[in-house]
Ligand binder design. Structure first.
Ligand SMILES: [Zn+2]
Ligand SMILES: [Zn+2]
Length: 271
């Protein structure tokens, strides 16, 4: 294996059509090459701005949270941290499912900027392991900017009494935004098989963050389950209740749109 999973040879129990489809996956796939070429300097600039702003706000808010910490908050803070991780996992699944299942790279603005990476990831799953820190995390930093800004604003404007009262809630929001910000980094680690720091593989083994084997379930064509990519805790229960399938049936019933039509179109490109 060349440093990452998802090579065509590792897909379990494929029929002939699926095997043929998988053989075309990778950096040389025509769709993957076209999608990679759509990564523009403007998009890169947006990612840099979001990463710098986001990490400045994380540092600012973390300092304020540490200064306000009290022992008596511990039980509620722990509850907030677990709830934050759970909700971040659900939201990662919802955004991932939405971008995988609906929309098109041809959509104005959002298509090339935000849907393109999801299409690329299915036909060249190892591309993410070659993306640098900015490309990996830029979009998630954009999503968490607003809650981080709102928190920073509260720390600057609220009285110490009000902040004391708000403390467990702010810890919940902070944990949610931290997991949200690092979701794609965690996702990248789940595709990386060599050179990961020991602490990352331990977190994966303890299932604190998305384990590598667990995420492989999503990468079996046609990519219709296990969308949660932060901790992955909700994948099994959501699959058990048919959550994504029911949601797709509902949306297809309302709009007439077929799930994953654009994803399949890119996957089937041969030149
Ligand atoms: Zn996907
Ligand atoms: Zn993946």
């Amino acid at each position: 294996m060349a440093g990452a999973e998802d090579g065509p040879g590792q897909q379990p129990e494929l029929d002939e059509d699926e095997a043929a489809y998988c053989r075309r996956w990778g950096a040389q796939h025509a769709g993957a090459r076209e999608l990679a070429a759509l990564y523009s300097p403007g998009k890169r600039f947006q990612e840099w701005c979001c990463v710098i702003l986001c990490f400045s706000l994380i540092a600012h808010n973390l300092v304020h949270l540490l200064l306000l910490a009290r022992w008596e908050h511990t039980p509620l803070v722990m509850l907030g941290v677990i709830a934050g991780a759970l909700i971040a996992d659900f939201l990662s699944g919802l955004v991932h499912w939405g971008a995988d299942t609906w929309g098109s790279v041809e959509l104005p603005i959002v298509g090339k900027a935000f849907i393109r990476p999801f299409r690329e990831h299915h036909i060249d799953p190892t591309a993410i392991t070659r993306h640098d820190f900015i490309e990996t995390n830029g979009d998630n930093c954009l999503v968490t900017l607003l809650p981080l800004l709102n928190m920073a604003y509260k720390f600057r404007t609220q009285s110490p009494e009000a902040l004391e009262h708000l403390y467990p809630w702010e810890c919940f929001v902070f944990c949610l935004t931290i997991f949200g910000t690092f979701t794609n980094q965690i996702h990248k680690w789940s595709h990386t098989y060599f050179g990961l720091p020991r602490w990352v593989t331990l977190l994966q083994d303890w299932h604190v963050i998305l384990p590598r084997k667990h995420h492989r379930i999503h990468h079996v064509s046609p990519h219709e389950t296990y969308f949660c990519i932060t901790t992955g805790w909700l994948n099994y229960p959501l699959e058990k209740i048919g959550f994504w399938r029911r949601l797709e049936d509902l949306i297809q019933g309302l709009t007439g749109e077929k799930p994953r039509a654009d994803d399949m179109k890119w996957a089937q490109k041969i030149k």
